[in-house]
Design a protein around this ligand. Structure first.
Ligand SMILES: [Zn+2]
Length: 401
């Protein structure tokens, strides 16, 4: 157990965001009692390069003495900040450890986070909004602002941010004294006590921040806004920077190239081609419906005039055409005239009769098959789960007219 006299864990990543390996001493270990890492150990070190989950950013990955680090958290005890590493292996107090962080993941986080500062700083300078929520993980980078921005404004900011990126400005980290801090104007999400770490991009942004950043804006590569949505009276903006953005845009480019290929057109002509196909599909659906209606009317003409009940099964037919067909049938046939149209789960049906009560059909189908529906004396409609055509015919033919 760590006693309260111990000092805070030295944050090696604060001094050098580019270091990837370090040596440290185990101050203590504790078993993880519950949660998804139950059965592993918390390892407290005197110093670490591992950035813990903090300020909306996920923790670093890597290994301690070759053992995978599953999570890194920071906890406050008696005003001290203690960082522990969740690992599976056996570690004990006094052990020397060698740590290696996953540089690819860290550098990706640095590119995203520095890009976020430029974006939030630019929004603040231009509209006065604060970044009131930030989330950075392998999957997503989002910023929440306490004021609205439309698509055009967001794209304007995206361009301004990329202009700052190519200027390759230095990104500076400092710990101003209390006096200096009092005079400094800076963005901050919360009231801060103790030493405040300030990240400055000259002429662009000054912000209190605990996370590692790239040295110069050029290392961000570029920033792309992927989306925007209204959020709690303000706006949530989705961004990606650098290699991550390149990967996303690359796969989207491949996707649209393949789409253009399958439409045998160029990328620019994809929207026009899709619209053309939609129109063709619409026209084809219309002709198909017409052909089906003609086919049904031929079928109906073949039914002997003296047949009392007429029960027709079709694969597809719109309700209006079904009703018209039934009106036609009831003028020549004295019994129940019914249509059963196939659906995903069974049939929808419409049934009519010239002289009599069509509700008897709905009643009989309800009793025998649990069908739903109803209507008037002249016409009923409803649905039923799958049943055989013969069974349905039999049920209708048994109804006492
Ligand atoms: Zn930050």
């Amino acid at each position: 157990m760590i006693d309260s006299g111990i000092f805070s864990t030295i944050k090696l990543y604060d001094k050098d965001a580019y270091a990837t390996e370090f040596d440290a001493v185990v101050l203590s270990t504790e078993p993880v009692e519950d949660g998804r890492f139950k059965g592993t150990s918390k390892v407290y070190l005197d110093q670490t390069l591992f950035f813990p989950e903090e300020g909306g950013q996920e923790a670093d990955f890597g290994a301690l003495n070759g053992q995978e680090v599953l999570d890194v958290q920071i906890e406050k005890r008696d005003g001290k900040e203690l960082i522990f590493h969740v690992v599976k292996g056996n570690f004990k107090e006094g052990d020397s450890v060698h740590g290696v962080i996953d540089w690819e993941h860290r550098f990706d986080q640095m590119q995203q986070h520095s890009g976020e500062h430029i974006f939030s700083g630019t929004v603040h300078n231009k509209y006065g909004y604060d970044n009131v929520g930030f989330h950075l993980s392998r999957q997503v980078v989002t910023m929440d602002f306490n004021g609205p921005l439309d698509d055009e404004q967001v794209l304007d900011i995206e361009r301004a941010v990329n202009e700052i990126i190519v200027k390759n400005l230095e990104i500076l980290v400092s710990w101003p004294s209390k006096d200096e801090l009092d005079k400094l104007e800076y963005r901050s999400k919360k009231e801060l006590d103790g030493d405040v770490r300030i990240v400055t991009i000259p002429g662009v942004d000054v912000c209190a921040c605990c996370a590692p950043h790239v040295r110069r804006t050029g290392e961000i590569g570029f920033l792309k806004v992927l989306g925007r949505q209204n959020y709690k009276g303000g706006v949530r903006v989705f961004i990606e920077c650098g290699l991550r953005a390149l990967k996303t845009l690359g796969s989207e480019h491949t996707l649209i190239q393949n789409l253009a290929g399958s439409l045998t057109t160029s990328i620019e002509n994809v929207p026009g081609q899709v619209e053309k196909l939609q129109n063709e599909l619409y026209a084809l659906k219309g002709s198909l419906q017409k052909a089906r209606a003609e086919l049904t009317s031929y079928k109906l003409k073949e039914i002997p005039q003296d047949q009392k009940n007429v029960t027709v099964f079709v694969d597809d037919m719109d309700n209006k055409s079904v009703q018209n067909a039934i009106n036609e049938l009831t003028s020549t046939h004295s019994g129940f005239c019914s249509f059963f149209v196939k659906t995903d789960s069974g049939y929808r049906f419409v049934s009519g009769i010239a002289e009599g009560d069509a509700r008897k059909v709905a009643g009989a189908l309800r009793e025998k098959f649990g069908a739903k529906g109803g209507g008037s004396e002249k016409m009923v409609q409803g649905s039923l789960a799958d049943a055989s055509e013969d069974e349905i015919r039999k049920v209708i033919d048994q109804i006492e007219g």
